[in-house]
Structure formats: C-alpha cells, structure tokens
Ligand binder design. Structure first.
Ligand code: TYM
Length: 331
C-alpha cells in the first residue's frame, strides 16, 4: 500500500476553506493509502503564538481531524514536535536547499512582509519549506493532499527529494501533490479575491469550523457578492458568487452546473439564505462529532499511539539519511 502524508498548523481554528481544501480529501483517501496526518506545531511557531493557546489548539485540532471522518484505527494521527525525526531531517535537508529557492516561496514573501513591518523576519519563516519537505519525505509519501496554496512547497519538496537522491543515495520517494477537484482555494467572504485564512484579522472574512452555526449562516448572508444578479460561475467577473458556488458544491456534492440550473432566475439573497442553511447544518453535525471526541477522552491515547507509529517509521528514514550523508559512526 502506498503512503499518504498531510499536515495542518494549529495556529488557530481551521476554516471551512481548510475543510474543503484538505480534510475532505483526507477522509476520501484514507482507505486507499497508509495515511499519516500531522498537527504541525513546529511550523506554527514560525509566527508568534501564545503557548497555552497553542497547546489548546493542538488538542482541538486532533478532534477536528477525527470529526472530519478519519478512522483512528486505520490512520496515524500525531503531533510533529513529539516525533524528533522531523527536526533532524529538516536540518539535513537545509544543506541541500538553496537560499534563493526559499526566498522565492510566495508564502514566505507574504509572511515576511507582515513580520518585517513589526520586527525582524525570523529564520524559521525562511526555512519552513525544508521542514515541510522533511515531514513528507520521512514517511516515503507518494501522495500529499493539500489546497492550492501549498503547491509551490510541494514542488520544492520534489526538487529536494531528487537532489538528495542524486547527490547522496536514492532513498526518497518523490511525492505527487493531490489538489481537490473543487475547493482548492476558498476565498475570503468579504474580499473574494483574497484567500480565506484562519489568521485573518476580520472574523467576518472566514467561517471557522467551530463558529456558532447560526453566526456562520449570517456571515454567508452578508458575504460580498458582485454586480449583476445572475448566479453563475465566473471567477474573473463574479468572484463573490463563484466562491459561494464552490462552497455550496463542496459541502453538498452537487455540481456547480446543477447549482447554476437550480438557482437560475433566483436572487443572490435566496441563494445566500439557502447556502447559509447548508453551512449551518454542516457545522451543527460537525461540531457534534468534535464534542463526542473531546468528551470520549480518547484523544490523548490516539495521539500517543500515533507518536509511536510515526516515530518507528520516521526514525528509520533519519538513519538512512545520516548513513547517506556520513553523519555519526558506522552502525
Ligand atoms: P495550513 O495549516 O495553512 O492549511 C492546512 C490545509 O488547508 C489548506 N487550505 C485551504 N484550502 C482551500 N482554501 C483555503 N482558503 C485554504 N487555506 C488553507 C492548505 O492548502 C492545507 O492543505 N504548510 C502547511 C502545513 C504542512 C503540510 C506539511 C501540509 C506542514 N507540513 C506536509 C502537507 C504536507 C500549511 O501551512 O497548511
């Protein structure tokens, strides 16, 4: 069975964008692959975090992963900082990464701009993609389901895997990215030309998976729409309505074509009220499952077991990397 790897940062509560871009794919693919899912807390500290909040979010994120429909008996769910192989492999990979490659990453450029306005840019922000490459390569993952914004990081991961294989020893699987058919880039509700993000200062721009369902429906009803009145998918000219169509399609499985036909001649208001109801009922069910996991008291056991399984696999790869690079003594 081939291996799948993906990760989500505990830097806040995930949004409906994270759900449609990532979690939904995880659930669909979990049975086809030996699947590793990671709560990437070492990535999260590349921007300032409150330490207590970070720990709380780490546990909540585990419940959210599981509530999305992952089967804890089948998959491996773990916390990145609890598996020391990640930091070790990232360090080794830094030696095969060029600074220019890291400086070209658009996520780095965006975040660096924000950080430099306040303080210096920390080095972790720059080397973030080598840690991400380590995450993936340690498990020999052949597939990595993510949203569109991670595509560039995946390209770099592939480059680093090939470079290491050529320079040292052919030990890494070169992974393929898996983007969702619909929902790879969910946009902000009030600025639909910008990506929806859990770290946006304006809470009206995103729907958090733990938002009160009624408040979330209201956010949909007040989402920015476009000029005209037709409910039609046209990203260029109708970014607001197109984004809402994608969310509707992603949550219900109805195709965008069918939705356009269903809402032909109807107003934006009617469409948004209907989508508000879809979102409200989705969140109500989702949050019920999150609470069931939190109350079950099983999360720590699942993460403990995940740490053991992940460490066993990742430690073996670290040993291979060290051997290939000549680190330590002969074993
Ligand atoms: P993160 O935590 O920002 O996001 C988690 C996942 O959600 C996707 N996503 C979106 N999808 C659709 N629309 C959006 N608006 C949206 N926003 C986020 C992301 O593409 C991602 O799949 N660097 C990664 C975490 C990571 C990782 C890894 C992922 C670390 N190591 C190894 C895969 C493999 C990140 O910051 O994701």
């Amino acid at each position: 069975m081939k291996t799948l790897f993906s990760g989500v940062q505990p830097s806040g509560i995930p949004t409906i964008g994270n759900y449609l871009g990532a979690y939904k794919q995880f659930t669909e693919l979990q049975h086809e692959y030996d699947s590793y899912f990671c709560i990437v807390d070492q990535h999260a500290i590349t921007v300032p975090q409150d330490r207590l909040k970070l720990r709380e979010n780490t546990k909540t994120l585990a419940a959210i992963y599981l509530a999305s429909g992952l089967d804890p008996e089948k998959i491996t769910l773990f916390v990145q900082s609890e598996v020391s192989a990640h930091a070790k492999a990232a360090w080794m990979l830094q030696s095969v990464t060029y600074i220019g490659e890291l400086e070209r990453m658009t996520q780095y450029k965006d975040k660096a701009r924000k950080q430099s306005a306040k303080e210096g840019i920390n080095a972790g922000l720059l080397t973030y993609p080598t840690l991400m490459a380590a995450d993936i390569l340690l498990y020999g993952a052949s597939i990595v389901p993510v949203g569109d914004d991670q595509n560039q990081h995946l390209e770099l991961t592939r480059t680093l895997a090939e470079r290491f294989n050529n320079r040292y020893n052919d030990i890494f699987t070169v992974p393929e990215v898996k983007l969702p058919e619909v929902g790879g880039r969910i946009m902000s509700l009030n600025e639909p030309t910008k990506k929806m993000s859990k770290s946006d200062d304006n809470a009206k721009s995103y729907i958090s998976l733990l938002d009160n369902p009624k408040t979330a429906a209201k956010k949909i009803r007040s989402a920015v729409t476009d000029s005209g009145s037709e409910i039609r998918f046209d990203k260029e000219n109708k970014p607001g309505i197109s984004n809402l169509l994608v969310i509707y399609s992603g949550l219900t499985g109805q195709s965008i074509k069918d939705l356009e036909a269903e809402y032909e001649g109807k107003s934006y208001g009617e469409f948004k009220t209907a989508l508000g109801e879809v979102v409200e009922s989705f969140l109500t069910d989702f949050q019920e499952r999150v609470n069931e996991y939190v109350e079950s008291g099983r999360i720590d056991d699942i993460l403990d077991e995940g740490r053991e399984r992940a460490s066993r696999k990742a430690d073996k790869m670290v040993e291979k990397m060290e051997r290939a690079m000549g680190l330590g003594r002969k074993r």
